[in-house]
Design a protein around this ligand. Structure first.
Ligand code: PLP
Length: 445
């Protein structure tokens, strides 16, 4: 693998036509040390490179692949749809393939039975935010314009979604364009479902209440990543706390938006992560795994109650948000097949069963390296923090070393995590653990 990286660097230097892509989530200068991998294929947990070597995709291509790459049933569904039609605009049309996805989602997120389609996760978040505000306007509640999000939240990077994201490094340059948002601090983080705080977070809840009461009358909605916060550091928080927060919101007439873009579709051991509690949100945002990671699709799922507020004339009620490729039939065909697999294959149960195995492997890495702290996990996700001196970019160094071992680790800062295909075999998990261990030790030495 190390020689692959050297070869790529060389070919990039020689090839004047390369270098036109400005990569997402990348400081481009880092490619001088670590050029992009030349991908020629992908199957199961593996990405295949031009020289025939393979890299294990342990973060499921940014959390989109519960089944791994190249899932045959999704591929077949996509091919069948291609034979029929590829894209017809959604406004004013209807087709079985798109209806089918909406109907399935209505079952998965019951009783939220209205599905609004878009393309990317951040759009689904902004649609929920806009619907909430729009309902306030129609209902004559002009004071309720504020959103509350959690510390360490991440909801995407368009300006509305970024406003409710507590990630300084993504926000800094654009603060002047971001709406004011309250970030709730003192969230009771847990190591997993066996942590006592998971079931009882009364003290933390009581300590948070003053922050909530201060803004209660101004809030239109509270937005959360239920149970698992992703890009903010792969953090897990108390189900009891989530429940208290949502009950409080309902009691105060405040909408609840559950952003399940990372946590949805079985990953945490429930089909949707908020289902670890008995709450019913007003909006659920879904994307990523919805098509098995084949094509972009996102949806905002909401209730008939919300829908009814924006139903009928006069004109100011119409929810006019539109994304050109909303409800794209090819993506819908993939989603139909993916949702079938997720439900019939009980991927929520599979993920729950995977937790102790994943944690066992991660604990092994922690024991052998002595370099990890704060191990945590839920369902088919585990994470830990690298022990670092302040300001150190050790996660980046481990990422480079892991690639040399044939592992796509891509830490979040100095947080390492595994978010593999659900149900991945022990043999591959063992290999992931060995490669992670070797990468950490190489950097430590
Ligand atoms: C919880 C959450 N919400 C929203 C988003 C934004 O999704 P997208 O990148 O598709 O806009 C992400 C992306 O990682 C996410 O994890």
């Amino acid at each position: 693998m190390a020689h692959v990286i050297e070869n790529i660097k060389q070919s990039l230097l020689e090839d004047e036509s390369s270098g036109s892509i400005w990569y997402p989530c990348t400081q481009m200068q880092d490619h001088e040390q670590m050029p992009p991998l030349p991908v020629v294929g992908a199957k199961g947990a593996y990405i295949e490179l031009a020289d025939g070597s393979k890299v294990i995709d342990v973060i499921s291509s940014w959390w989109t692949k519960p089944f791994g790459h190249g899932q045959p049933e999704i591929k077949a569904a996509l091919q069948r749809q291609l034979e029929q039609f590829e894209h017809v605009m959604l406004p004013g049309t209807s087709s079985e393939v798109v209806e089918n996805v909406a109907n399935r989602l209505a079952q998965i997120a019951a009783p939220l039975d209205k599905t609004f389609f878009a393309s990317d996760g951040c759009c689904a978040v902004e649609i929920a935010m806009k619907m909430s505000l729009h309902v306030r306007m129609v209902q004559g509640q002009p004071k309720r314009t504020r959103f509350l999000a959690l510390e360490n939240s991440y909801h995407g990077e368009t300006l509305g979604a970024l406003a409710v994201s507590d990630c300084d490094r993504f926000r800094q340059a654009y603060e002047t364009l971001l709406a004011p948002v309250t970030f709730l601090t003192g969230i009771p983080y847990v190591t997993g479902v066996d942590d006592p705080l998971w079931h009882n977070a009364t003290d933390a809840w009581q300590a948070c209440l003053p922050q909530l009461e201060e803004v209660a009358e101004d809030l239109t909605a509270i937005i959360v990543e239920p149970i698992m916060q992703g890009a903010g550091g792969m953090l897990i928080y108390s189900a009891d706390f989530l429940r208290s927060l949502c009950v409080w919101a309902k009691d105060h007439g405040i909408h609840v938006i559950c952003d399940e873009i990372a946590s949805g579709f079985g990953r945490t051991g429930k089909m949707l992560a908020y289902q670890h509690t008995d709450i019913t949100p007003d909006f659920v945002c879904l994307s990523k795994a919805i098509t098995g990671g084949y094509l972009p699709m996102s949806v905002t799922q909401t209730s008939t109650e919300i829908y009814d507020v924006l139903y009928g004339h006069p004109f100011h009620r119409s929810f006019l948000h539109s994304n050109t490729f909303a409800g794209n039939p090819l993506a819908a065909a993939c989603a139909g097949a993916a949702l079938n697999l997720l439900v019939q294959g009980q991927y929520d149960v599979k993920a729950e069963r995977m937790q102790s195995k994943l944690m066992g492997f991660l604990q092994g890495v922690a024991d052998k390296t002595g370099q990890l702290s704060n191990l945590r996990g839920i369902g088919a996700m585990v994470a830990a923090d690298l022990k670092v001196e302040s300001g150190e970019r050790r996660g980046w160094a481990v990422y480079q070393q892991a690639l040399k071992q044939g592992l796509m680790l891509r830490p979040i800062g100095n947080t390492l995590y595994w978010f593999p295909p659900i149900g991945l075999s022990s043999v591959v998990l063992n290999s992931i653990a060995k490669k992670t261990e070797a990468a950490i030790l190489a950097v430590a030495s």
